[in-house]
Ligand binder design. Structure first.
Ligand code: AMP
Length: 458
């Protein structure tokens, strides 16, 4: 983990569409009898959070000068062993918020005591690496346990009693099923990106881990969004938790310039090549909706002589790791990815994020663009919008609470954003199509991604 100076950008925190629920004062730590520190002046330094000299030295070695808001709020309570529910996404410093206090509560030589379950391999690896960095100066050992790679080193980590494991639930359960895992000494269980784990269908594996881990454990649950399912899980698995939120009510990501390019679908590759010709497009992360789309685009970039790599769920772990390494080290300029790379991808210096395809779920827009402007740097997020994507763009704008700047380039544009008459005509046509598909007469922005998909299908 590289040293980073300065404060982190505030990133989006929101409640998933259709599952809106407001945090109570006590939940967000801003009132009532909550024990959550207010993050007042006295807690603005790491010194004030109750960390040991060893951890303070590790934090300093990381180059972290001040705790981020989520760290200020979570660490003092978590050090005391209190359960924590955090609404925070990657980029807010949440990993430090759960690793640092956990490190104060575990001891070398006592077997597995900190288990972090993560939705993706990349995130698990990142968490294990962060844990190693922050455990600097101790003999605590950390390993990541994920699918797609050999069992050998993972089995060895369990056998040798590594104190810290960051794992994806599927592979962790495989090891558990083979009787290799002793959860008897587990002190802290962290469910990281809980919303994503549930979306990915990991509930049975999570339940199994919960059932097998000691009742006396401390539990921390972090989630970028708090739909009802995650909220219910949080209430069930934690005891009298402290609720913390990364940036209550924040709907802008500081440091990110956002632009929308209306484009004819067939002109998307040319538009991307055009933009890559502009200055400053140094490290570019491009999101496509499908794996095939990612491969095709990579081919196109190759033919144009642009160094690019591709990362999606069909690629083996070692290829994904290699693609990420090459991108992070700057030996390839463009990484084309599907949403597999969206979270847990912690690369510093991404100058541009390109939504080559508009994401189906507006939440994904927020997660994707959060990959740029990391740790206080500036970044640009551009979104290619074809005529048929305007409904989705509206949903995104509603979610982020502002309209995004349009840039019209005549060469690529499909003829400008729809005029109000065109918009009226499109809406009328959509209403007609919807009524024939039994969707009533709702605006596209009110439809779920699945409904929209069905609607847009020819
Ligand atoms: P996370 O939200 O845990 O994925 O962290 C995002 C990035 O911020 C990582 O690169 C961390 O190393 C970095 N980071 C975490 N805490 C701090 C801090 N207090 N000061 C500066 N950078 C930090």
């Amino acid at each position: 983990m590289a040293a980073i100076q300065g404060t982190l950008p505030l990133t989006y925190t929101r409640i998933k569409r259709g599952c809106k629920r407001k945090m109570t004062e006590q939940e967000n730590g801003d009132g009532g009898a909550s024990t959550v520190p207010e993050g007042g002046e006295e807690l603005r330094t790491f010194d004030a959070l109750g960390l040991s000299p060893e951890r303070l030295a590790a934090v300093e070695a990381e180059g972290w000068t001040d705790p981020t808001p989520i760290q200020r709020k979570a660490i003092p309570s978590a050090i005391q062993g209190k359960d924590v529910v955090g609404i925070a996404q990657t980029g807010t410093g949440k990993t430090g918020a759960f690793i640092l206090p956990s490190l104060e509560r575990i001891e070398a030589g006592k077997g597995l005591q900190l288990l972090v379950l993560c939705p993706t391999r990349e995130l698990a690896q990142q968490v294990a690496e962060d844990a190693r960095a922050l455990a600097r100066g101790s003999t605590l050992r950390a390993e990541f346990v994920v699918g797609g790679v050999g069992y050998g080193p993972q089995t060895e980590a369990f056998r040798a009693g590594y104190e810290i494991i960051a794992a994806t639930p599927g592979r962790f359960n495989d090891h558990m099923g083979q009787g290799k895992v002793d959860l008897g000494n587990l002190r802290v269980l962290v469910l990281d990106e809980a919303d994503r784990m549930l979306d990915m269908g990991f509930r049975p594996q999570i339940e199994e881990v919960l059932q097998r881990s000691p009742r006396t454990r401390q539990t921390m649950l972090f989630s970028a969004t708090m739909p009802d399912g995650v909220h219910a899980l949080a209430l069930r698995v934690t005891r009298d938790p402290v609720w913390v939120q990364a940036a209550p009510g924040t709907t802008t990501a500081e440091g990110i310039t956002e632009r929308v390019y209306p484009v004819k679908p067939e002109k998307k590759p040319d538009l991307l090549l055009h933009l890559l010709g502009e200055t400053g497009w140094d490290q570019v992360l491009v999101f496509t909706r499908t794996k095939a789309g990612a491969d095709t685009l990579k081919g196109r970039l190759d033919r144009a002589g642009i160094q690019a790599d591709v990362m999606h769920g069909d690629r083996e772990m070692r290829h994904r790791t290699r693609a990420l390494d090459r991108f992070a080290s700057g030996s390839v300029r463009v990484l084309v990815a599907t949403d597999v790379a969206q979270r847990g991808l912690d690369v510093e210096g991404i100058s541009h994020v390109v939504n080559y395809d508009v994401p189906l779920d507006p939440d994904d827009y927020v997660h994707r663009i959060g990959r740029t402007a990391r740790a206080g740097a500036a970044g640009t997020a551009v979104t290619f919008v074809a005529a048929e994507d305007f409904g989705r763009l509206k949903s995104i704008e509603r979610l982020v609470g502002r309209s995004l700047d349009r840039v019209h380039l005549a060469e690529f544009d499909f003829g400008g954003a729809p005029t109000s008459e065109e918009e009226q005509a499109r809406k009328a046509a959509a209403r007609h199509a919807r009524s024939s598909k039994g969707m009533g007469s709702r605006d596209p922005g009110e439809l779920s991604p699945e409904e929209l998909d069905a609607l847009l299908r020819p």
